[in-house]
Write a protein that binds this ligand. Sequence first.
Ligand code: G3H
Ligand code: 13P
Ligand code: ZN
Length: 311
Amino acid sequence: MPIVTSTEMFKKAYDGGYAIGAFNVNNMEIIQGITEAAKEVNSPLILQVSAGARKYAKHVYLMKLIEAAEEDTGLPICVHLDHGENFEICKSCIDGGFTSVMIDGSKHPFEENVAITAEVVKYAHDHGVVVEGELGRLAGIEDAVNVRPEDSSYTRPEEVEEFVARTGVDSLAIAIGTSHGAYKFKPGQKPQLRFDILEEVAKRLPGFPIVLHGASSVIPEYVDIINKNGGAMPDAIGVPEPMLRKAAQMAVCKINIDSDLRLAMTAGVRQTLMNSPAEFDPRKYLITGRDNIRELVKNKIVNVLGSDNKA
Ligand code: G3H
Ligand code: 13P
Ligand code: ZN
């Protein structure tokens, strides 16, 4: 099975009431952990690469590693640019073999977002590549994405039909209260998502795949392991898994997960090094991180996304 677009995956996910996991990848161990898990439970996958990941590992290394994973597992894998901020990076990823790109025009006013997104869609579709756009702004801080809570905003459902019609995007990321990173809700705050917005968007765009960013659950066990092994993470709260399951049963076909992978990897590395302070073979501590990622992703696929046995 070659590297594929997400078109077929989304169609089946929408009709079947489940979602495809879009996992951020930065190195070989992360790619192996995710794809080995997906293989075990026979799930389709989206592997996504941010500008920061391309800078860290180089486009060509990540592309070749993903091709190797595809050859190794035989799974349908879509390779996606996460949070492309302009036409140039989208073009570079399309020319470099990605099958899907996100143009994140969400920081721009509506008309500018439409213009930049439509330009990317034209180039992408001419090259057989699909495009994710975004309306509304998530809060949160990661390498390339840095939005203060006061600058975030929910998606306005009354804008979505016009945006999709004028841009031609294949999927749409919306903001309903999730955010990027490990600190999504304040300690003591009850996590809440605006399912009413998702419902209204779905009503206005029947059959159209919706994307949820900032969807890590921030697994407490991993934060605990990190803090018991020399770490000092403040209270971290993510999106409860039942909310993600509910979104997956609605119009959400793609659920983005990065922070949980980071926590799983870091917990494994910290635990091994604390238990074996004389260890200096990277294979001995990276393997624990990779094992954690495999378990995490298997659990996500089977218990949250519902994409097992759908490859
Ligand atoms: O949403 C952003 C992703 O989690 C990627 O983060 O830019 O730090 O690689 P990054
Ligand atoms: P998390 O930080 O919740 O993992 O979100 C990742 C994401 O949205 C990547 O685009
Ligand atoms: Zn994101």
